[in-house]
Design a protein around this ligand. Structure first.
Ligand code: ADP
Length: 223
C-alpha cells in the first residue's frame, strides 16, 4: 500500500511512521530525515537546505523531489511505502503523482491542537544517528543524552526553537488545506485524532490501514 502521513510539525507522524513501518513492513520515507542526513553529510543539497530548515521554511521542491524519486525507486519500496513529510505543498502533490508508482492509496492527516504541539516540540530531542525522537519528560533515556535505540547523541533540532516552530506552523497552515482538499477530492483522505498516547494514536491509524487493506482485498476478489 502507498501511504502518505501528514500533519502539523510535532504531530507525531515520525513516531507513527516508524510504528507503521515495523508492523506492516513498508519502508518509511521521511524527507525531514533525508534532509537532515544531507545536512550532516554537508552535501551540496544539504548546505542549501540547512539555511532554510533552520528558518522553518520549506526547502525547494526540486531538492526534495530528487531525494524522494531516488528512494521510491529502491527495490524495498516496490510493494508500498510510507511517506512522512512529503508532499508538503500542492506542487509536490503533483510531483508525486507524476512519479512512477507515486499515486497514494491513502493520505492520513494526524490532527492535533497547536497548543499541545508547541509544548511537545520544545521538549523533544532527536537522535543524531538514527533520527529517533525522544521526549525526556515522558520517558527518560537510560543514559542521559543518549538514544535508547542506537546509543547516538540526542540533540535539540535547531528548528525546534520557539521562534522557528511558529514559522513552521504558519507554513503548514498555508499548505495543508490545499493538500487536504486535493486528497479529499480523490477520496483517499483520512483524518486521525492525534491526541492521546503514542499507542492510542497508533491504534487509530492501524484501524484505518486495516480497513483499507480489507477493502482492497475484497476489490481484488471481485475482479
Ligand atoms: P516537521 O514535520 O516536524 O516540521 P520534518 O522533519 O518533516 O519536521 O521537516 C523539517 C524541515 O525539513 C521542514 O521545516 C522543511 O524545512 C524541510 N522539509 C522536510 N520535508 C520537506 C518537503 N517535502 N519540502 C520542503 N521542505 C521539506
Amino acid at each position: 500500500m502507498r501511504i502518505i502521513l501528514f500533519g502539523p510539525p510535532g504531530s507525531g507522524k515520525g513516531t507513527q511512521g516508524d510504528l507503521i513501518a515495523s508492523r506492516y513492513g513498508y519502508p518509511k520515507i521521511s524527507t525531514g530525515d533525508l534532509l537532515r542526513r544531507a545536512v550532516q553529510e554537508k552535501t551540496a543539497f544539504g548546505k542549501k537546505a540547512e539555511v532554510l530548515m533552520n528558518q522553518g521554511k520549506l526547502v525547494s521542491d526540486d531538492i526534495v523531489e530528487g531525494l524522494v524519486r531516488e528512494r521510491i525507486a529502491s527495490p524495498d519500496a516496490r510493494s508500498g511505502y510510507l511517506l512522512d513529510g512529503f508532499p508538503r505543498n500542492l506542487a509536490q502533490v503533483h510531483i508525486l503523482e507524476a512519479m512512477d508508482g507515486g499515486r497514494p492509496e491513502v493520505a492520513i492527516e494526524v490532527d492535533v491542537d497547536s497548543r499541545i504541539l508547541t509544548e511537545r516540540m520544545q521538549n523533544r530531542l532527536t537522535c543524531r544517528s538514527c533520527g529517533a525522537i525522544v521526549n525526556p519528560n515522558l520517558k527518560k533515556p537510560r543514559v542521559e543524552g543518549r538514544c535508547g535505540i542506537c546509543g547516538g547523541e540526542l540533540y535539540q533540532r535547531p528548528d525546534d526553537r520557539p521562534e522557528v516552530i511558529a514559522e513552521r506552523f504558519k507554513v503548514y497552515k498555508e499548505q495543508s488545506e490545499k493538500i487536504k482538499a486535493y486528497y479529499k477530492a480523490k477520496s483517499v483522505y483520512r483524518r486521525v485524532d492525534g491526541s492521546g498516547s503514542v499507542e492510542q494514536v497508533f491504534a487509530r491509524i492501524s484501524e484505518i490501514l486495516e480497513r483499507e487493506q480489507a477493502g482492497r482485498e475484497a476489490d481484488q476478489r471481485q475482479r
